[in-house]
Design a protein around this ligand. Structure first.
Ligand code: GDP
Length: 434
């Protein structure tokens, strides 16, 4: 999917426009239990076009002075986006900060659509001509607060989309990514995985695109490490800002089946780890927790259990995720990782038999009666698996409102125990039988 980034100095209305473009999307995403997303990145659509959109204004860059912040936000847009919306404010006219942003954007070869916001009524339209001086051609007058002009602007944006040679890997290929904050050892781990004995294959269809991914084969199983390039590319100042690493993580998660949440054993668990892991969970990907730098920890025979217990406490929503301890540096226990990836991937796409599923559900109901509300009892008629990646089950009931969270959780656990869905989230949806 093409990526669109909004840039511009503060207060021109970037997040208003972002929310307008994203529309209902965000609230749909928030229906999924888990950790809510930052409002800086979302999928969106306009007419027949699907794309992702970034509000770079939401990426705060430390305590840098104001101009440095917008400069770095513009650099991020250039790095990450296929098309850039350069937003200005029609009420204030062209400011020197706008000119600074323009200067940076000029150096990029990405298509740029110049938007003049806060043009709330037609009389103001002749104020936009000044903006030609920024050098990006026709300015598009818009009004975020009144929702005017967005259609024309989005037409210009989507017209600039180049045909995407979107990389499509076969279903038999396991796509995984490594996410985690900077310096936990993601690129070291990739290098260790791609070490001498792995055959790096370049003939999997569609691997040419900027070579951002690393396809390889081991024991006749094909894998693709998603966004290897993003992990290796280092040295930009903003690499260490939290929102930026979250953004990168989101983009990698989107294209993965299995997500390895890499945690630094030396540093312990911090909030950012939890947040990043939350995205993988929300997105319904298989998740493995990888504790790296295990070589650097003083240990006795209980250290591993203690660390795992701490992890489990922090990541209760990931109770299905296996934990792997290893060292990318010494390569110790590296060989334990691939079998776990294989297992998680298999479970992520597992299909169960309807007859067995219904036996499991009915047994569960017999064991633990369904909840009642105001004298009305939940009735379960039938369960069926409607999707994989992640396994998703629809449970037909008399009234979906009667399905309490705790009962759903109970059913989920019974289904897990019966089929062994280690490594993957599963979803239950209660529907009224028609
Ligand atoms: P990334 O930012 O997550 O890609 O992290 P890097 O792979 O660049 O690693 C960050 C630092 O941690 C580097 O100095 C690595 O040498 C070091 N490092 C990576 N893996 C290990 C490990 O298993 N053990 C130890 N002791 N250091 C490691």
């Amino acid at each position: 999917k093409p990526v669109v980034a909004i840039v511009g100095r503060p207060n021109v209305g970037k997040s208003t426009i972002f929310n307008r473009i994203v529309g209902e999307r965000i609230s749909i995403v928030e229906d999924i239990p888990g950790i809510t997303r930052d409002r800086i990145y979302s999928s969106a659509e306009w007419l027949t076009h699907d794309f992702n959109i970034i509000d770079t204004g939401g990426i705060e860059i430390g305590d840098e002075p104001f101009l440095e912040q917008i400069r770095q936000q513009a650099e991020i847009a250039i790095d990450e986006a296929d098309v850039i919306i350069f937003m200005t404010n029609g009420r204030e006219g062209v400011t020197s900060a706008d000119e600074q942003v323009a200067k940076i954007l000029f150096r990029s070869s990405k298509p740029i659509v110049l938007a003049v916001n806060k043009v709330d009524n037609p009389d103001m339209k002749n104020q936009i001509y000044d903006f030609y001086s920024l050098g990006f051609g026709e300015p598009y007058p818009i009004s975020g607060s009144h929702g005017l002009g967005l259609g024309e602007m989005l037409d210009a944006v989507t017209k600039s989309f180049k045909p995407q040679d979107e990389v499509k890997y076969g279903d038999e290929v396991i796509k995984f990514s490594l996410i985690g904050r900077p310096n936990v050892g993601k690129s070291s781990l990739v290098n260790a995985l791609l070490g001498e004995d792995r055959v790096i294959v370049s003939d999997i269809a569609g691997t040419t695109r900027d070579a951002i991914d690393s396809p390889y084969k081991y024991d006749s199983q094909e894998y693709v490490i998603i966004d290897t390039a993003g992990m290796r590319k280092k040295g930009k100042v903003y690499e260490t800002t939290e929102k930026y690493s979250v953004l990168r993580a989101l983009r990698a998660i989107e294209r993965s089946d299995v997500v390895l949440v890499v945690i630094d054993a030396e540093e312990g668990i911090i909030d950012q780890d939890k947040k990043i892991a939350g995205y993988a969970h929300d997105a319904g990907r298989a998740v493995i927790m990888v504790v790296n730098k295990w070589d650097a920890v003083d240990k006795d025979d209980k250290t591993m259990d203690r660390f795992e217990k701490k992890l489990r406490d922090h990541f209760q929503f990931l109770d299905y995720a296996p934990v792997v301890f290893l060292s990318a540096l010494t390569k110790k226990r590296i060989h334990t990782l691939l079998p776990v990836i294989n297992m998680a991937s298999e479970n992520h796409s597992m299909r169960v038999q309807s007859s067995v599923l219904n036996e499991v559900v009915m047994d569960a109901v017999a064991m633990n009666p369904t909840p009642t509300d105001h004298g009305k009892r939940l009735k379960i008629f039938y369960a069926t698996q409607v999707a994989v990646k992640p396994p998703t089950f629809v449970i037909f009931v008399n009234e979906p409102e009667l399905m309490h969270f705790s009962y759903e959780r109970f059913l989920e656990n019974r289904i897990r125990e019966a089929f062994g869905f280690e490594g993957t989230p599963i979803r239950l949806i209660a529907r009224a039988r028609k």
